[in-house]
Ligand binder design. Structure first.
Ligand SMILES: C[S@@+](CC[C@H](N)C(=O)[O-])C[C@H]1O[C@@H](n2cnc3c(N)ncnc32)[C@H](O)[C@@H]1O
Length: 275
């Protein structure tokens, strides 16, 4: 979405401070302009913190580089487009506890946003590859420098067999509009002894459409677990959606369609190529 020109002028004003995880505007705006600025910053993921010591919009990620990229194009990605809800710290902590990452472990984050999970995973010694569909968020990931590789792409278009090996861990908080599809696709990138940890909407526990029912059956076969997260878990990211954490281990010859499973499938012969 386009940044309205009045908002652009405020954000590029010399007095505006954009640093770390916050945007601070230390001068008065008329009510209408303030509402516009507030709307844009909230849509980008910020939350107004009116405490005397803060008085700034605070973001659940380092906003500086991200904002620079937005201002360069005079556009911003609305948080509602592509289901962008950064994973709050508390949830990331739980995910990484389940992941039990060891130094040098390969990790895939296939809908990496601005790195709320990827950054801390790298901080624990993982070698992290990220996929992100949005150019600006991919730019932020590259600037952060925590990931070994950042692929700007639609994850669902990527072929697991283009990866030489599977990842020991897949950690993800996919767009909830297609969460089951993303998680199933991600299994194709998982090593045969790997673990997948995904934040999913709580509705995955009870939705009765065929894809979700089959997904639950697959997880049950693999003895995976849906762990309910506290109701308020995503409030810091501006949504009260109820969520679960899926933790599922792969095993050689097990039911999950892992990277090894894909490798074992017979390749379809392209008979026409021989003509
Ligand atoms: C719920 S957010 C989570 C972001 C990040 N994982 C985090 O925890 O902060 C989902 C992210 O997936 C990205 N996304 C949406 N569709 C995608 C796709 N098809 N391929 C790759 N990334 C996608 C969105 O741009 C967004 O950044």
């Amino acid at each position: 979405m386009e940044i309205p020109s009045g908002v652009y002028d405020v954000l590029t004003d010399d007095r505006t401070v954009i640093a770390g995880d916050r945007v601070q505007i230390p001068f008065d705006l008329d009510r209408a302009l303030y509402e516009q600025v507030n709307k844009v910053l909230k849509e980008i993921g910020g939350r107004w913190d009116g405490r005397k010591a803060v008085r700034a919009h605070v973001f659940p990620f380092q906003v500086e580089g991200f904002m620079r990229a937005c201002l360069a194009t005079r556009e911003f990605p609305s948080r509602f487009e592509q289901g962008w809800y950064p994973t709050p710290e508390r949830v990331v902590h739980d995910m990484l506890e389940h992941a039990a990452i060891r130094d040098g472990m390969s990790v895939l984050e296939p809908s990496a946003g601005t790195g709320s999970i990827a950054g801390p995973a790298a901080g624990r010694g993982a070698v992290v590859d990220c996929v992100e569909i949005d150019a600006r968020r991919a730019h932020v990931l590259r600037e952060q420098g925590a990931a070994r590789r950042v692929v700007e792409a639609d994850f669902l278009d990527l072929d697991p067999l283009d990866c030489p090996t599977g990842y020991r861990r897949v950690v993800m908080n996919p767009p909830f509009s297609a969460a089951v599809q993303h998680v199933k696709h991600a299994m194709g990138f998982l090593a045969d002894d790997g673990t997948l940890i995904a934040v999913m909407p709580e509705s995955v526990m009870w939705h009765s459409d065929r894809a979700t029912v089959e997904f639950r059956e697959l997880i049950a076969l693999a003895e995976g677990e849906f762990i309910r997260l506290p109701d308020e878990s995503f409030v810091p990211s501006g949504t009260s959606v109820c969520t679960v954490l899926l933790v599922v281990d792969a095993e050689p010859g097990g039911p999950l369609p892992t990277h090894g499973w894909h490798q074992r499938q017979p390749r379809q012969l392209d008979l026409f190529a021989m003509a």
